[in-house]
Design a protein around this ligand. Structure first.
Ligand code: ADP
Ligand code: MG
Length: 670
């Protein structure tokens, strides 16, 4: 490109910009607002731009290599000071009487502007909105903007429009050229906004098209196993349950059974709040596979949980002659060998376990259906290995972390989703209180009343980030305090991740059999543990937990017939922390809390790192652009199925993009 020499080209290359096209698609991360502000109306600490006249000779002081320049200026009727750091060279040009435009932060109390930029001359000679690019100190913003101008003038018209004209018209989206101008050289704030709107939609549409194409490709390629289950046997089993399934459970059982029977491979996500009764739904699905002569597998993230599932399934299925086995990290070598042998011979019908299930030597004879419980606890890779165990077994992922819809259709867009959105009848809301740590005395009194009435309690221990060891230490301390406090009246138990599996087992058993009344624990009880007689929970340092996790923890109580209570001990320092505590006391609805969590923490933190499956968007923001996402999704679903999309010229650029993404071959590349 003319005007870009070798050195600049190298600097640009270090930013990943190799071509003119790369350059044009390098978007600013924000726009600086240079519209003039009236100081009298500007709140403390806000950014301002003012036009002013220099009134004094600047004073410069040095501190080592750093410098500080102070100058008095007159802005309207305000005499204020402007302070600039490390720009002492401005001193020569700031002569009294000069007209300048200053941008910076307004310190209202001290009547000082801590300047970021000074430009010489009155305001009208500059634009109101300047893009700010992420240039990592390689190139100056002004220089970069000049190159951008050249690039757009020379090549901007050669970049083909990606969106069909009909769509731009329908949604009143700026055409590509205008949108590029709007991003790089906006006329006004609205221009930026409209440009952004266009790129957000384009990005989300492209993404959803990939997801939908992927979903279709997988459906076409992955021939599943038609599992012809015995409906009569299923009905008979459901009859033996001590309760009637909720409407939502029935609906989801039907969705699962329909998938099992079909030739498609099931790839389904089952979302249901804590306590909504996912286990029995999973069991029915596994049993269905068994009645058709297949094996089933159920993978849980922790040993406690796997054991609990195993207990449930033994109780339900041993009487029906279904052979259930448990495989975990603590299964002894001999027992393990025996299980593996029977599994390979088809003498085990349902295998339950932790990630011990996905070791290479675990071979099934005829695996037809795989379920993972609390799927967010497993990595993408672990899930894939499990899927690959049989010959295209049907797969169901269960999660008790309700996922806000925007994230669900982004991270799991290529899956079918079932939702259990109804709790079994008669469940009472868990009464939740937020208290300060100093009120622990009152909390213990209340806890004691519950214990005296025959109930049990959990005490979740102070959490120390990233340090399992310190967590344990804390738990031990609290355990000792409570043991002394309840001495001679109630038994206190201790549970944490560093206990030997046998010890964990013994503690859990003692708690569920009622021999221990108070269980002090780290967050290992977070998932799945079911002791219906426990009605009281105290969570120390509750402000350190995210909403989703607090909700999971709280879900350990409120599982039986008695009224349950949850006390959050927290002294949050931030507004956000306070809001989280308030949200917990206001609602028991996991989906509402999930939406709130997303709003407060943003999509990146929602799933925790790495496993999120969320793509990085250039422009789109999953919290704020949810409407655009919804529209893009509907359009993508419709387009992939439509004749026009695959033939009309208008859609050529989008088709090319799809072909390049690998989605048509069933590969997900983000
Ligand atoms: P989660 O969805 O959190 O895994 P569980 O499957 O552990 O929930 O079920 C929670 C509790 O609800 C269990 O004690 C279970 O026996 C009970 N339960 C499940 N379904 C029903 C129902 N339809 N009616 C009454 N109780 C039920
Ligand atoms: Mg569960």
């Amino acid at each position: 490109m003319k005007g870009v020499g070798k050195e600049t080209a190298e600097q640009l290359a270090s930013l990943g910009i190799e071509t003119v096209e790369d350059l044009i698609w390098t978007f600013p991360y924000r726009h600086e607002d240079f519209t003039l502000k009236n100081l009298a109306e500007t709140p403390h600490n806000e950014k301002v731009t003012i036009e002013a006249r220099v009134e004094s000779v600047p004073a410069v002081t040095y501190m080592g290599k750093k410098s500080r320049l102070t100058v008095t200026v007159l802005a309207g009727r305000h005499l204020v000071k402007v302070v600039m750091f490390n720009q002492h060279y401005l001193k020569q040009k700031l002569t009294p009487g000069a007209i300048i435009t200053v941008s910076g932060k307004w310190d209202r109390g001290r009547q000082v502007i801590v300047g970021s930029t000074i430009k010489f001359g009155p305001k009208q000679e500059q634009g109101d909105f300047e893009p700010v690019y992420s240039l990592r100190n390689t190139i100056h913003q002004n220089r970069f903007r000049k190159i951008m101008r050249l690039a757009l003038d020379e090549a901007g018209n050669n970049i083909p429009e990606t969106l069909p004209l009909s769509m731009c018209e329908q949604y009143k989206l700026l055409p590509l050229q205008e949108a590029l101008e709007g991003v790089h050289f906006p006329k006004d704030p609205n221009h930026v906004k409209q440009a952004r709107r266009r790129f957000v939609f384009e990005e989300l549409l492209a993404f959803q098209l990939r997801i939908q194409a992927l979903r279709k490709a997988r459906q076409d390629q992955e021939k599943g196993l038609p599992i012809h289950y015995d409906l009569e046997k299923l009905r008979a089993f459901i009859q033996t349950l001590p309760y009637e399934l909720t409407g939502a459970q029935k609906r989801v059982v039907n969705e699962i059974c329909k998938d099992l029977k079909s030739r498609h491979r099931m790839n389904r996500l089952l979302q249901g709040d804590v306590g909504s009764g996912k286990t029995v739904v999973a069991a029915i699905g596994l049993y269905a596979a068994v009645t058709a002569g297949f094996q089933g597998a159920l993978m849980a993230p922790t040993e406690i949980l796997a054991e609990q599932h195993a207990e449930n399934l033994y109780a339900w299925f041993e009487p029906l002659g279904v052979r259930v086995a448990l495989l975990s990290g603590s299964t002894k070598a001999k027992a393990r060998r025996d299980i593996l042998e029977r599994l390979a011979n088809g003498e085990i019908d349902i295998l339950i376990g932790t990630h011990a299930l996905i070791q290479p030597d675990v071979e099934f004879k005829q695996l037809g259906f795989v379920i993972t419980d609390e799927q967010h606890r497993f990595g993408v890779e672990q899930r894939r290995v499990l899927r690959d165990k049989g010959q295209n077994p049907d797969v169901l992922f269960m999660t008790a972390t309700p996922i806000p819809r925007t994230l669900a259709i982004t991270a799991f867009g290529e899956m079918d989703v079932s939702i259990i959105d109804e709790l079994p009848a008669g469940r009472k809301e868990i009464e939740t209180h937020w208290m300060k740590h100093e009120q622990i005395g009152a909390v213990l009194t209340k806890m004691e009343a519950e214990l005296a009435a025959g109930r049990q309690a959990y005490v979740i221990c102070p959490l120390i980030e990233e340090s399992d060891k310190l967590d344990v230490q804390n738990a031990v301390e609290v355990f000792e305090q409570l043991t002394t406090y309840f001495h001679g009246r109630f038994n206190v138990g201790l549970m944490h991740g560093r206990l030997h599996p046998d010890e964990k087992d013994a503690v859990m058993r003692a708690f569920s059999e009622g021999n221990i009344q108070v269980l002090v624990s780290t967050t290992v009880v977070e998932v799945g543990v079911n002791v219906p007689n426990a009605t009281f929970m105290v969570i120390y340092d509750a402000e350190r937990f995210g909403l989703a996790q607090l909700h999971q923890l709280r879900g350990r109580v409120g599982r039986g017939e008695h009224q349950s209570y949850c006390v959050l001990l927290a002294d949050p320092k931030t507004e956000e922390g306070k809001e989280r505590m308030m949200s917990m006391t206001e609602t028991n609805d996991g989906f509402r809390l999930a939406e709130k969590d997303l709003e407060l923490r943003g999509p990146g933190d929602f799933f925790g790192k790495k496993q999120s499956g969320l793509p990085e968007f250039k422009m789109a923001d999953l919290v704020h652009d949810y409407r655009a996402l919804e529209v893009a999704r509907q359009d993508a679903v419709r387009l992939i199925e439509s004749e026009t999309f695959w033939s009309s010229e208008e859609y050529e650029p989008l088709r090319t993009m799809l072909a390049a993404s690998g989605a048509l071959e069933g590969e997900r590349i983000d």
